[in-house]
Design a binder for this molecule. Structure first.
Ligand SMILES: [Ca+2]
Length: 183
């Protein structure tokens, strides 16, 4: 078993069909854990829920081909100054949010905390594609205009490399033993 942890190379605010009018400010601030934030104000007047903050381009090219993926987890470091909950959390494949709805029903924490989401296990080629990632949208849970703040998004892949001790080969020609046409 081995683990690869990566941060996104690309971060954008993107509606992706949610029907939101609340755009994330400074989305690229979620590329590292450094107390600078991607933020969105979840004002009721503006419809209370945000677009997706979409993180892709994680570069898992270092995982050997033939590896088996055991788990794929997104870790999102976030906080709020009011009451915010997840509106949607989805895996992104080929640039589009897809698959199982992974949102948590819990209130966002008041100080920076990594919240972990188990994503669907993709194929290795989907994982290595630049369009693979995770997307999160936030929604107001109460109060006037709470701010959703995301410091960092990372993806942790647990995988098993192909066995180095076993090689299977098939014959690629030759002559059958006892083939009379050979004599
Ligand atoms: Ca940051």
């Amino acid at each position: 078993m081995a683990t690869s942890t990566k941060s996104p190379g690309t971060l954008v605010s993107s509606d992706e069909g949610l029907g939101s009018t609340i755009v994330w400010s400074n989305p690229t601030n979620a590329a590292s854990s450094n107390d600078t934030y991607a933020t969105a104000i979840c004002s009721l007047i503006n419809g209370s829920f945000t677009e997706y903050l979409k993180a892709t381009n994680f570069d898992f090219s270092g995982i050997p081909s033939g590896s088996t993926l055991n788990s794929v987890k997104a870790r999102i470091e976030k906080k709020t100054n009011g009451t915010i909950v997840d509106h949607s959390v989805k895996e992104v494949i080929g640039g589009s949010p897809t698959g199982t709805e992974e949102k948590s029903g819990s209130n966002w924490p008041a100080s920076d905390t990594y919240i972990e989401y188990d994503l669907d296990i993709p194929t290795l080629s989907q994982l290595k594609d630049s369009g693979f990632g995770v997307a999160i949208a936030a929604i107001r849970g109460g109060g006037v205009s709470p701010t959703a703040s995301i410091d960092h998004i990372e993806i942790v892949v647990d995988y098993t490399e192909p066995s180095a001790g076993t090689t299977t080969r098939s014959p690629s020609g030759g002559v059958a033993i006892g083939d009379p046409s050979f004599y």
